[in-house]
Write a protein that binds this ligand. Sequence first.
Ligand code: AMP
Length: 474
Amino acid sequence: MKQQRSQFRAIRGVRDILPPESALWNRVEQTAHHVFATYDFQEIRLPIFEETELFARSVGSDTDIVSKEMYTFQDPLDLDQLVKAYAEGGPNPYKKAFGREGLKAALWEVMPEFQWLTLRPEATASVVRAYIEHSMHTLPGDVKLYYMGPMFRRERPQKGRYRQFYQIGAEVLGQSDSPAIDAEVIEMLMAYLDRLGLSGATLYVNSIGCKECRPEYVAKLREELLKVKDQLGADSQRRIETNPLRVLDSKLEHEQAIIERLPRISDHLCAACREHFAELQAQLKLRSIEYKINWRLVRGLDYYTRTTFEITAPGLGSQNAICGGGRYDGLVELLGGPPTKGIGFAIGTDRLVLALQEAGKGESASHIDVFVAWLGRAESPVYAAAVKLTRQLREEGFVVELPPEEMKLKKSLGLADKLGARYALIIGEDEIASGSFVLKRLADSEQRKLSESELLNYLKSDENRKVAAAQRQS
Ligand code: AMP
């Protein structure tokens, strides 16, 4: 028999986000809420799992995601077992009416579409599903939504690539495909990265044409790829048939020179797509957004049209893409909705956090403002005064640590120091009697005696100085 394990560990490819890093995650998410709101985007909260078919149809069944990376399960997990439990669970009307096989058939009858569920590998499909389900096309103006949360893909784990990872994404759905929308979405993204203090990010843009001009380009690409088939790796060889555009994504060293010689989509865009791409670039310039054109930036799915973009950040090694996005004018229709234009992006939050840490913008300052070193027994008036004062300070927004049990002063100050607190507030019987407290700044041991109101004022003015200094630095 297998020995029982005495400990558990997080499974491969998933991880805990611990403090103090979680403070950085909060900052990243809060900043997204703030910045996106200024562009009039509203948050949509989506389910973590959906019908498998939704992703199969939208992401595409010949993508890596759908063909091998999805966490899919049957619900109920084991129909036979469910039927057995039901049948053995005592007298019930269904048992009599259907019998075992009849019951099974009846269950299939009522819930066939709920049988296969998938932990979402991305969220655009869910946004579009919700857009259609709630008839959002009837809302005035463009529908501008953003989301954040975990996604699941069974990829080979490495730095910056996980099986449970997080995305912050935004989508615009509506009737217009104006390049100004694309440019504003990109502007919002860059403003967001800027607000976070991320420097050195590079924006790449491309146009992959539309259903008028792309098929012709894809046919040409396939023709050229067939000529060099023998020199390509197995994946690319397979993609010549399934999805030649994806060959352009290849990172294989020996394929790079071959790919550089392949026909480029920019030479095959129809007039309307060429104009759209030129206007996008003009709109980016108007907004002083720097970009580079990367003709190999493709999204190998049929419903993607025209604009594609990607952002990379330094210091992340091979997994350096922190955001991918593009226009998907065909998706709403593909999922059964009315003709609708759409554009969106997804930022990989894990990688964004890594990039901020690499850029030295990941520090979160010591979070304890005041450590309350109280001296006396728990039933003494000292403790009661400490509890009251602690609550007052917290109401003013200070982070306060109040030890639950009595400690000797030396031990208390030692702990305050180890926790990185900025101040220790000493409260003993003498302080209660005199109505003034000792506030000790731990960085330089400077001490001052302050009454309750002086204490609050002093901490507040000190807080103002700290904020001003931080603003000067950034
Ligand atoms: P995609 O949905 O594939 O366009 O990915 C958008 C962004 O999500 C990428 O640029 C990455 O930053 C991030 N991402 C995708 N897959 C993973 C993963 N397995 N682990 C961490 N981040 C990921």
